[in-house]
Design a protein around this ligand. Structure first.
Ligand code: SF4
Ligand code: SF4
Length: 258
């Protein structure tokens, strides 16, 4: 009689600890008992680094609010890309990337991927926040991009989304992530350095007049540390975004009879 228990199948199942953020009260008991130091409290909620977790189950039994459960590891990874797809390269920026490649992972296998254009790539302002919120709305557990600005990193840390800074082919980067070869960041990796627009350091006499709306031009993010090729790609994307904005502004000016 054959046994119902197929050991090789059981081995393939990769489990993951999940935190129900609605139930979590941030007491940090789970973090203190975790032998792998896989749990941190971020913005008052527990966050599990799934790559460190060894699925021992200790935290589950200690949570006073029954906020922790264990199940098959399903993950949604949102990767910032240019053309999009598993063969594309990771975009050096998140907020103003051209597309998102959204990847469903079960255990360590990629089950599905789809390419979604980034509607906020050419936004006049707030591209990082809007793109970040879009990724969260798509159910992202993990995001991957070359760099993260301060606004988008705030969105992700509040939503408990793991930020992985990486470069290279999307497929390779995801495999490296799943094999725990990549390190997450909890902070921005790029900061605004170039300032455009009136109203900043222009002094008196440069007022816009009553009734005129001042629309700030977005500040491109310059990398703190970035290889030359990646920096070039990032600058090209930003130029592309600015050109789109310029087109929108000219169109509006024409509409106004200017
Ligand atoms: S023990 Fe439970 S309630 Fe406390 S921080 Fe961990 S998950 Fe949240
Ligand atoms: S299951 Fe074990 S290793 Fe994983 S987060 Fe809980 S206590 Fe830590």
């Amino acid at each position: 009689m054959s046994c119902w228990c197929n050991k090789s199948e059981i081995k393939r199942i990769d489990l993951a600890v999940n935190i129900d953020l609605r139930k979590c009260i941030g007491c940090s008991i789970c973090a203190s008992v975790c032998p792998s130091r896989a749990i941190t409290i971020v913005n008052g909620k527990a966050h599990v680094d799934k790559r460190r977790c060894v699925e021992c189950g200790v935290c589950i039994s200690r949570c006073p609010n029954y906020a922790i459960s264990i199940g098959v590891k399903n993950m949604k990874i949102v990767v910032a890309t240019t053309k999009g797809g598993l063969e594309d390269n990771v975009s050096p920026v998140f907020g103003r990337c051209q597309t998102f490649t959204i990847v469903d992972v079960e255990g360590k296998e990629i089950k599905n991927s789809e390419i979604v254009p980034n509607s906020y790539a050419g936004a006049m302002s707030g591209a990082g926040i809007q793109a970040g919120q879009f990724a969260v709305s798509k159910g992202a557990n993990v995001v991957i991009a070359g760099n993260y600005g301060p606004n988008v990193s705030t969105v992700f840390s509040q939503a408990n989304v793991e930020m992985i800074p990486a470069q290279g082919k999307v497929d390779d980067v995801i495999k490296k992530y799943l094999n725990r070869e990549l390190k997450a960041t909890t902070q921005a990796t790029a900061q605004p350095q170039i300032k455009f627009g009136m109203g900043q350091g222009m002094g008196g006499g440069m007022g816009m007049g009553r009734g005129m709306m001042y629309q700030p031009v977005p500040q491109p993010f310059m990398p703190m540390q970035m290889p030359k090729e990646q920096a070039k790609q990032m600058l090209k994307q930003q130029i592309n975004g600015l050109e789109q904005q310029l087109k929108q502004m000219k169109k509006r000016l024409e509409e106004l009879g200017g």
